[in-house]
Design a protein. Structure first.
Length: 431
């Protein structure tokens, strides 16, 4: 398995190295901070709109267009219902950002990001036809390399402190200090997506014992990072993808995934628990001494239920076209905290876009997800990509997977990789 991927690097390996290693590392060094925001404020703005990942997507779009990608042909190949949904969405989702939002420049930038994401999906769909389905999960190697690199940079960033920072280390919000990530929760979601991808690799391949043990070590490493982040939504997303995988592809091909892998994960969880940075509460799943645990489901969910209820109250006043992309940032305050997205995909779409764009958007997403599951039933080598998609969809019910550029990139990219057919040029031969 490792010899095939490393010995003959193809377009999927390159795609993984760019999306999983290069872009996160650029973001890590560009947005080094010990604060909740980077300085100057303009640089923070680029982080909020995900400029690094959008630039990577634009690069792939231009590359594929030079290689003959025709969006007109892709449009013609879409089912009629999908073309109508996409046309209605494109014609309406930006209206409130332009005419309702008090910060139209910011809101419209987020809307432009969605246009780029959709074009990126077409570019990934195009490049996927150059690889047989069995090779498309080879993106995993680039993402694991990226996890190792981000972990090293984070360790250095957390331990080798500048003198002015070291003097106030106990006052730092370490949950906002992971290089390249706005919060530790988004870092946890990123690790969950990669962990689920790797779990799918192990699920579908038996291979030699040495190769599987190396794969288990990689899984344990990423699981340890997710456990270290103490991101509950990430844990739910990873666990939620497992029964879905069983339904689509049946049980794992190798029994040691059930008998041996849990031992690796247990060791990783113990080590992660011992590495909690500076005793910061952001790296704890639950504080058993916190009286809020006995208070209400709202308190346990970090006031998400209140957030959703307030958002839906606003939706009632702007039902058709919403209040503009990112509007929860200026419309809703929880205590002294503001969030640029309401931590739920459905509430986010309704608040930002309203019913008119949300209905076709959900129809497109739902139709694509259903088709992806149907495709994997017949092509089980695509299961790792489907599992990563399912993980992000589950997390999207609790966090901003459909707001932040790097996660939208993973969602639309994994969908495109699952749905793209093998072209006649490569069908039937290994890549």
């Amino acid at each position: 398995m490792f010899a095939r991927v490393i010995g003959r690097p193809g377009p999927m390996l390159v795609l993984g190295l760019v999306g999983g290693l290069a872009l996160p590392m650029v973001a890590a060094f560009l947005y080094l901070t010990y604060d909740i925001a980077v300085r100057p404020i303009g640089l923070e703005g680029t982080r909020q709109v995900g400029i690094v990942f959008l630039a990577g997507e634009i690069g792939l779009i231009l590359h594929r267009m030079r290689r003959g990608l025709s969006y007109r042909e892709q449009w013609s190949a879409m089912p009629r219902w999908a073309r109508r949904c996409l046309a209605l969405f494109a014609a309406t989702f930006w209206i409130s950002s332009a005419y309702v939002s008090p910060f139209p420049a910011f809101s419209l930038l987020l809307c432009v990001g969605w246009v780029i994401h959709l074009l990126f999906a077409g570019a990934v769909f195009n490049i996927a036809t150059e690889a047989v389905p069995a090779c498309r999960s080879d993106i995993w190697l680039g993402f694991v390399a990226g996890m190792v690199a981000v972990a090293v940079v984070t360790a250095v960033h957390f331990t080798v402190l500048p003198p002015d920072v070291a003097a106030h280390a106990d006052q730092i919000d370490w949950g906002s200090a992971i290089p390249g990530f706005i919060s530790v929760r988004l870092f946890g979601a990123w690790t969950a997506a990669i962990l689920t991808l790797l779990t799918g690799i192990a699920w579908t391949r038996s291979g030699d014992v040495t190769g599987r043990r190396l794969l288990f070590i990689a899984i344990a490493f990423v699981f340890g990072l997710m456990f270290w982040s103490a991101t509950r939504a990430a844990m739910v997303g990873w666990i939620g993808a497992l029964p879905l995988a069983w339904l689509v592809a049946g049980p794992p091909r190798s029994r040691d995934m059930i008998t041996v892998l849990p031992l690796y994960l247990t060791v990783a969880a113990v080590i992660a628990s011992l590495l909690r940075p500076y005793g910061h509460p952001a790296f704890t799943f639950f504080d058993l001494l916190d009286p809020r645990l006995n208070a209400s489901a709202d308190a346990i969910s970090s006031l998400r239920l209140t957030f959703w209820a307030r958002s839906l109250e606003i939706v009632r006043d702007y039902p058709l076209f919403g209040t503009g992309a990112g509007s929860s940032w200026w419309l809703i305050t929880l205590g002294t905290t503001r969030h640029v997205q309401p931590h739920n995909v459905l509430v986010q779409f309704l608040l930002n876009w309203g019913l008119v764009p949300t209905i076709p958007a959900l129809a497109l997403l739902g139709g694509a997800v259903i088709r992806a599951h149907a495709r994997v039933r017949g092509e089980r080598s695509l299961l790792p990509l489907l599992m990563m998609l399912d993980c992000l969809l589950v997390i999207g019910l609790f966090d901003g997977m459909f707001h932040f550029a790097q996660f939208i990139m993973l969602i639309v990219g994994s969908l495109a990789l699952c749905l793209a057919p093998a072209s006649a040029v490569v069908r039937g031969r290994p890549v």
